[in-house]
Design a protein around this ligand. Structure first.
Ligand SMILES: Cc1cc2nc3c(=O)[nH]c(=O)nc-3n(C[C@H](O)[C@H](O)[C@H](O)COP(=O)(O)OP(=O)(O)OC[C@H]3O[C@@H](n4cnc5c(N)ncnc54)[C@H](O)[C@@H]3O)c2cc1C
Length: 329
């Protein structure tokens, strides 16, 4: 129906990821303007359990299937199920998370439905009957405004942390998708799932992030940053320069080709502040930067700029944080 918004939900055993709740919050806001309703597609084990949290963020209808195929095979079963729901509901808009699976699924679905797809979306607004998307382009250098026209459904791949969470309590109705696994969609089997050591908190969901860059000069000083992150109950991030040098794994990369984060506190250490890094962290509530170059671009963004040598400052800061935490116990 015109005005209806559908979201694709990523979840862990029925617990929606934060980005799913961000999409639900935005979808509810858009549907309130267009006069439509919000539907969500949740696939895989324990999909049904997602209803409570999604309902709390504005989802009216939940379309679920707990078929094992969604966990066993890569993305094609999801595309089949989504195509089925889209054919039934005919939503005007579909929101996907800008994640590895989200990108794969949205691209395949848009090809199958011959529909417009906007990637890298950081803003969406309904104005005068049009839906306008803000998309970051050229590695975060520019933001463009895009409208999907002449397409029966418009799809958007939304970057994590682009939209705030909003409570919008609804009693979601659950609908079972009559999904039949197809052999043709079971070509790529999902391998072993691993939880990387040292990244217990998904970076996108961390309240505090301590990030290191090329200024660290090697992998060892990341141990020192991890200690500071632990003292602050935070997670460890990195610039692409540090990741490309092999000092820390890609899971930690913040920026245009890494993760988009929105913590309460972001501490950038030995990071110059290239635009591709900034686009991933500039909406943090408070930014503290430590850099020995007083002209480093990161200081234009920082709430607190500390000019100095990180090798002297970081251990001292960690000690001080530990001491103050101890004092308050
Ligand atoms: C298409 C594209 C996508 C990209 N995606 C990303 C991305 O997702 N994330 C990302 O981060 N980058 C990305 N980049 C790379 C980006 O352009 C920068 O090259 C990168 O962010 C630089 O990393 P850095 O700040 O750690 O290194 P540098 O720019 O080399 O900065 C190192 C900083 O450390 C400081 N320093 C050195 N020693 C010390 C010391 N002892 N104490 C204190 N400070 C010190 C220096 O003054 C300097 O400011 C991308 C680039 C392109 C073209």
């Amino acid at each position: 129906m015109a005005g209806d918004v559908l979201i694709y939900v990523e979840h862990e055993n029925g617990r929606p990821k934060r980005i799913a709740l961000e999409l639900a919050s935005k979808a509810a806001e858009l549907a309130a303007v267009t006069g439509g309703s919000v539907a969500a597609v949740v696939l895989g084990p324990e999909a049904r359990s997602a209803a409570g949290r999604l309902g709390a963020h504005g989802v009216d209808d939940l379309y679920i299937s707990e078929d094992a195929a969604f966990d066993q095979y890569l993305t094609e079963p999801q595309v089949d199920a989504l195509a089925q729901v889209v054919a039934d509901l005919e939503p005007a808009t579909i929101l996907f998370p800008y994640t590895p699976d989200g990108k794969d699924i949205a691209a395949r679905l848009s090809a199958r439905l011959d529909s417009g797809l906007v990637t890298n979306v950081i803003g969406l607004s309904a104005e005068d009957g049009r839906l306008l998307a803000q998309e970051t382009v050229f590695g975060g250098t520019y933001t463009t405004t895009v409208e999907v026209r002449d397409s029966r459904v418009a799809m958007y791949l939304v970057r994590p942390n682009a939209f705030p969470l909003r409570e919008n309590r609804r009693e979601s109705t659950i609908h079972e998708i009559a999904y039949q696994p197809r052999e043709a969609s079971q070509r790529a089997r999902r391998g072993k799932k691993v939880q990387e050591e040292g990244a217990p908190v998904p970076l996108e969901e961390a309240g505090t992030i301590v990030s290191g860059g090329r200024g660290l000069g090697g992998p060892e000083p990341f141990g020192m940053l991890q200690e500071l992150a632990n003292a602050l109950d935070g997670a460890l991030g990195a610039s692409r320069a540090a990741v490309d040098a092999g000092w820390i794994s890609y899971e930690h990369q913040v920026g245009q080709t890494g993760r988009t984060v929105k913590p309460q506190l972001y501490v950038a250490i030995g990071i110059s502040g290239a635009v591709q890094h900034r686009v991933g962290m500039q909406t943090a509530d408070t930014i503290v930067a430590i850099n020995r170059d007083s002209d480093a671009p990161i200081f234009q963004l920082a709430d607190l700029s500390v000019v100095g040598d990180l090798f002297q400052l970081v251990p001292a800061l960690t000690e001080e944080v530990k001491k103050r935490k101890g004092d308050h116990r």
